[in-house]
Write a new protein. Structure first.
Length: 501
């Protein structure tokens, strides 16, 4: 089905109720893998960080990463989950080339954490997303498909396998079915993943950088007619790796399901691939049921039984959680709840906070990240944090504006230069010659020329129409290529015309 065959979102909502389930995989920031001592450092040569255990070679035996277990418990506690007194690992059996053992060591019916919730806010309304479970498992390797036009296996001439990632610790967080969100379902999905990412980062268990695959979301979606109790057949859009894409994937699938059902068709239970370029999804493979994986307890690992004393010690050591932190920052920054929600939705809280910590005033830090930089991120279809500029660089731009070396127009050009890879703010200022013209003699000459060239406007100002000075200010700014201090230019104009401001 193509994009042109979708029904409108409004028509879909008029006929059906969406039901969602979100599965989020979080790659933990441990130094070693989940069941062996291999390094997890990024950027190594392919297959350089492997051993008999993570390659599944005969005779090798796994050992559980204690930090991985601790991270799982912290996540469970922060999600208001119950922490199991006793749980164990299972083998999830399936064949795929990037799974060297032909099974994944995971948890199934005995997870480390279960029955939790996370509250999220959308347009002033609070939605409680209930958590089914958060369980420990290992990541798979990476397949690179070569020779095709799309980078996918279809059409490729061959594939390359890198097992460096195989065995890296993952926490999979699975929601219960999300019902009742109605037309806001896509926004609720995005808000949930946004809040979850903030929570994971606050715990310090992962950087949760979605663009790097450290956090990815599977969007399960089905539709049912209004008033029906039975859920419809679901699709599962796999490995969605940005907040914006989570919302787009849910919205597309709602429209696609509605078009299929409205046309008398049947939804196939399958995985789907998401396409960033147009927000569409395409079929992957028919989705297995749990019994198809032939789960059974992992015989080579002992059960995990965290003591209640340890769990309570970890609970007491949890950091300030995102909702509490946002309330504090909102008061510190002097903004409304609506403005803070916009900052959260943009993924800008940490960026703004770090810019303030680097010396920028709160209002200026927020202005640049939520204005110029948010616009650039939106145009490029990327996350704010993925832009090639740092909070420290924005703080330096703010400092240059404060000391009078730049005005807002020039500051935008400096930011543009930094984003273009021309260097840090001071280097861009030097290369582009962007400093404010502060020489009084040069400014005075420019003002004299503007007055002489606009005699009629000057007479209006002398006659008391001070607002007309804006036209002369504009003329001076044009003559100086925007590199004059507009406030000082206005003062000089009024002084020369003998008018009080």
């Amino acid at each position: 089905m193509t994009v042109t065959e979708l029904v409108s979102y409004e028509d879909a909502m008029a006929a059906y109720e969406p039901v969602m389930g979100l599965e989020v995989h979080v790659e933990l920031g441990t130094k070693t893998k989940m069941f062996c001592g291999c390094s997890t450092t990024l950027g190594a040569e392919p297959n350089a960080q492997t051993c008999p255990t993570c390659l599944g070679l005969p005779g090798s035996l796994p050992v559980v990463n204690a930090t991985g277990v601790e991270s799982a418990i912290k996540i469970g506690l922060a999600l208001n989950c119950e922490i199991a007194e006793w749980c164990r690992f299972a083998r999830k059996n399936y064949f795929y080339p990037d799974m060297p053992k032909n099974f994944q060591t995971s948890q199934y019916d005995e997870p480390i954490a279960f029955n939790g919730y996370l509250d999220v806010e959308v347009e002033g309304e609070i939605f409680r997303v209930e958590i089914e479970r958060a369980h420990m498992e290992e990541d798979t390797g990476k397949s690179t498909h070569v020779g095709g036009a799309t980078g996918r296996i279809q059409g490729a001439s061959h594939s390359l396998l890198d097992y460096n990632r195989a065995g890296i610790p993952l926490i999979e967080i699975v929601t219960k079915p999300i019902v009742g969100a109605g037309e806001k379902a896509p926004e609720v999905a995005k808000a949930y993943v946004t809040e979850l990412r903030e929570l994971i980062k606050a715990l310090g268990v992962s950087e949760a950088r979605m663009e790097m695959g450290q956090m990815r979301c599977d969007v399960n979606l089905s539709l049912r007619p209004h008033g029906a109790e039975k859920f419809g057949t679901r699709s599962e859009t796999k490995n969605v790796n940005s907040l914006r894409s989570v919302e787009r994937a849910a919205r597309f699938e709602i429209q696609r399901h509605a078009a299929v059902l409205g046309g008398g068709g049947t939804i196939i239970q399958e995985t789907r691939h998401f396409h960033e370029e147009d927000g569409s999804t395409t079929p992957g493979r028919v989705k297995e049921e749990a019994e198809d994986y032939r789960y059974f307890p992992e015989p080579d690992l002992v059960p995990v039984a965290p003591s209640r004393e340890w769990v309570e010690e970890l609970r007491a050591g949890l950091p300030e959680l995102p909702r509490v932190r946002r309330t504090r920052l909102r008061e510190d920054w002097g903004i409304s709840e609506h403005e803070m929600q916009s900052v959260l939705n943009a993924g800008a809280i940490d960026l703004i906070s770090a810019t303030i910590d680097a010396g920028a005033p709160a209002d200026q830090a927020r202005k640049w990240w939520m204005g110029e930089l948010a616009r650039r991120a939106n145009e490029e279809g990327t996350e704010l944090a993925a832009l090639p500029i740092t909070p420290e660089q924005i703080a330096r731009v703010c400092a240059l504006v404060k000391e009078g070396s730049l005005n807002d127009k020039l500051a935008r050009q400096v930011i543009e230069g930094v984003l273009a890879g021309e260097g840090d703010p001071d280097t861009v200022v030097e290369k582009r010659g962007l400093k404010v013209v502060s020489d009084e003699g040069a400014l005075g000459t420019a003002v004299d020329e503007a007055i002489a060239a606009n005699a009629a406007i000057a007479d209006k100002i002398r006659g008391g129409k001070v607002a007309a000075a804006g036209a002369l200010v504009g003329a001076v700014m044009k003559a100086t290529r925007g590199q004059a201090d507009a406030a000082r230019v206005r003062e000089l104009i009024l002084e020369k015309l003998g008018v009080e401001g």
